[in-house]
Design a protein around this ligand. Sequence first.
Ligand SMILES: [Fe+2]
Length: 367
Amino acid sequence: MKFTVDATEETKSIRSVVAAPKFESGLDFFVNKLGFKIVMISPADNPNYAILNKDQFTIALDKSAKAQPVFIEIPIEDQSLIGTDLTGPNGTRVEYVPVVKRQNQASDLQPIVHISRANDTQWVHGRAGMSYRSLTGNHNEISVASQIRIKGSGKVDDWVHYHDVSFQTLFCIKGSAKLVYEDQGEPFMFKEGDCILQPPGIRHRVLESFDDLEVIEVTSPADHATFSDFNMELPNSTVAHTRNFNGQQFTHDTPNSREAATYRDSTSMTAYRTSIGEASGNQGWVKEIYSHAKKEKILTPTSIGPEEPLSFFLWFVKQGSAQIEVEERKETLRSGDSICFPYGFLPSMEFSVLDHDSEFKVLEIGF
Ligand SMILES: [Fe+2]
């Protein structure tokens, strides 16, 4: 006999079928071990089929099903249970995982230097029509830096989303884009030379891009997740420019708001500091560094790289060229090239500038 009463919502939901030749022990596993509740069971005298539910996940436990074993992940806050593996009926595997599962473990990474050349590069297609070029190399990074571009001009097929990050910044090196951010009012133009701090969890959307947009984006950790938010429409009605997102604030920094200062101990380079440092609660920084040498080459002091250990350090050459020395290697960096320390810079790596031309402009991002 079929149902003679109205089915509950749970009985109408899509479900995974778990074969349970030993029905009773299968039921015990899901109900008593995993905490599923019985939505429906039949027949009463000798059950062989049950619909079970937990946290909006529904399974049909079926004694006579011919089905492959099922693998279930249960997200859990309790760190002590993470990694626990259980085996249930017909080889069902259950694993407790962190709420946000990360694929990579980056605990034993040694600091390295990675040089990425503009004309020796691979662009890969990412989401929403964007092409990506890695500046950190194909490593198992704790941080990721990319050059991102969108050809031409037009609407961008993006949606409201957010990222599970500890530090994320974007710098526009070419073209422009129309962006909108949670609690930051109307959409605005992100133009060449502008920089944004994208605090953890802030909802945002790229609406349009113009004139072959190119952006440098640095994110930590590399294996962060992107979540869609289907409930929020942007722009939203709240405007709160100073809102705190996990200790950070949104900032849109423009070139005319930056003050000049000598770059470290250089006699030929000037640094323009952005507001990313302050907005990120001093998690990281973004600087533009300009040569102020006039035509002739000027030898800078040799120790121009960072003097202290860092988690991450990047130079992206926007214009001109420089000769650098790193780990006793001499390299010439030209426009579009970058040098990166994707998982840590140590002073022993000895990164220094030996020479640069008068056109030299470099973007520095560190944390
Ligand atoms: Fe995003």
